[in-house]
Ligand binder design. Structure first.
Ligand SMILES: [Fe+2]
Length: 455
């Protein structure tokens, strides 16, 4: 089924808001009025509920959507496990090590699509217990087949586009995700990733527990950081292809791949999974343009903790403690007086995975190979880190005028309260680990102590 049947206007009429109750119908009258599941839904559609939380979750956390579709999702033959894949392989075993890690940019994969190009880099916890997270890099050189769909039962996937454009068809509509944009595909939602401008690469975090929310703003007040109105959800968009199952050449032509406990399963069915004509609810995919982030910082001295740059936060059961925070370091003005302006040296009870979407990160100038767009770093629980020697000496001696840093750049961090393990692929097989990262970054730090005398 060609995907070019849809005009740009049909595909991308977004609904704006975060945690909003949305409704959308691609055909007028497809949404029932008042009833959620009338005896006969309008236009001969099936009503299907998609639950992102327990039915009984508190109202402010409850995420459910009603889908009105040509055939329900259950209409398929049994799933069969796929042979060893990048996700379901022994390499997913995690290694827990305290060393600082940094990776050169990960390879583009010209022959893979989004699903086969997902690589588990690190993780914590267990999707069967709905605890923890997985950290991925992805590379895709070809679009997914228009007769395929993927979903994960393991969690919500936050995708950070780094290079190339992702045109994502979901059951609930289309999302165009460009570099400097992110999207979240909720657990269970079926989708298909197209590459309208060639190869794509990026990062992803799968959240096994809970959902992302906007951080509380506290004394910041009612606006700032990521504003709710800038999040965009799709409008309903569907295809009619529901041929009867049989022995003809049209039989069983849509492939559905499921990620279930980090193992891939597949089935085929004779009807498109993208047949949702209308939907309403609070459980849906969404995207956000990082360029709209309202960055806030100090206007006197020192600088706030990096949590001031939090875009989205997935809270744990401990107040103020996140299973995963998504934090960015966008271009910003630094005006602090008598202040060491780069990030300070620190050791953190949280683990910090960082990636670079574009440009040069202001805390890392020297070192071997550096922190480069498409690469990554991991500073695990209590692994000391901070500016490299060159950045430290530069910042220590800089004349402190107001200065804009990070122009044309955006680094990000997945910060987690969990200790993350690293896969065999990340440590070895990918061949991107910078073995001298620590030595080159901090081995040459100078002693400025003069026996108690001022310099
Ligand atoms: Fe850090």
């Amino acid at each position: 089924m060609p995907v070019t049947n849809f005009s740009f206007q049909e595909k991308y009429q977004y609904q704006n808001g975060f945690d909003s109750y949305f409704e959308s119908e691609a055909v007028p009258g497809a949404l029932p009025v008042g009833h959620n599941s009338p005896q006969k839904p309008p236009l001969g559609l099936y009503a299907e509920k998609l639950s992102g939380t327990a039915f009984t979750a508190p109202r402010h956390e409850n995420k459910q959507s009603w889908l009105y579709r040509i055939l329900p999702a259950c209409s398929h033959p049994p799933f069969m496990p796929l042979a060893s894949t990048n996700i379901s392989s022994p390499e997913k075993k995690l290694h827990y090590i305290p060393n600082q890690l940094r990776w050169d940019p990960f390879d583009h994969l010209p022959d893979t699509d989004f699903v086969s190009g997902l690589r588990l880099l690190a993780g914590a916890g267990d999707p069967t217990l709905k605890q923890g997270l997985g950290i991925y890099v992805f590379a895709a050189g070809v679009s997914m087949s228009p007769q395929s769909a993927f979903y994960s039962a393991d969690g919500d996937l936050l995708i950070v586009a780094q290079e190339g454009v992702l045109d994502i068809r979901t059951e609930l509509g289309w999302l165009l995700v460009r570099p400097m944009e992110i999207c979240v595909i909720p657990r269970g939602v079926r989708y298909q990733v197209h590459l309208p401008s060639g190869p794509a690469r990026g990062y992803a975090l799968e959240l096994y527990q809970g959902h992302f929310s906007l951080p509380e703003l506290g004394p910041i007040g009612s606006n700032g950081l990521a504003n709710a109105r800038d999040f965009q959800a799709p409008v309903a968009s569907f295809t009619e292809d529901h041929s009867e199952e049989g022995n003809g050449e049209n039989a069983k032509k849509y492939t559905i791949t499921a990620k279930f406990n980090n193992t891939l399963f597949q089935t085929t069915q004779p009807h498109t999974p993208f047949d949702v004509v209308a939907w309403h609810g609070t459980y849906y995919p969404y995207k956000y343009d990082l360029g709209r982030f309202n960055t806030i910082g100090s206007v006197s001295f020192d600088h706030p903790d990096p949590s001031i740059f939090t875009v989205l936060s997935a809270p744990s059961s401990v107040p103020g403690t996140a299973v995963a925070d998504f934090v960015i370091f966008p271009p910003r003005w630094l005006v602090g007086e008598d202040t060491f302006r780069p990030p300070w040296y620190h050791r953190n009870t949280m683990s910090e995975f960082m990636g670079l979407i574009c440009g040069a990160y202001d805390a890392k100038k020297g070192g071997s190979g550096g922190f480069v767009p498409g690469g990554a770093s991991l500073h695990n629980v209590m692994s000391g880190h901070g500016p490299d020697m060159e950045s430290y000496e530069g910042a220590r001696n800089a004349e402190l005028k107001p200065a804009k840093v990070g122009g044309g750049s955006c680094a990000f961090m997945f910060e987690s309260c969990l200790m993350v393990g690293v896969t065999e692929w990340a440590l070895d097989k990918c061949d991107k680990v910078q073995t001298e990262y620590s030595e080159h970054s901090w081995g040459g730090l100078k002693v400025h102590w003069k026996g108690g005398q001022e310099e």
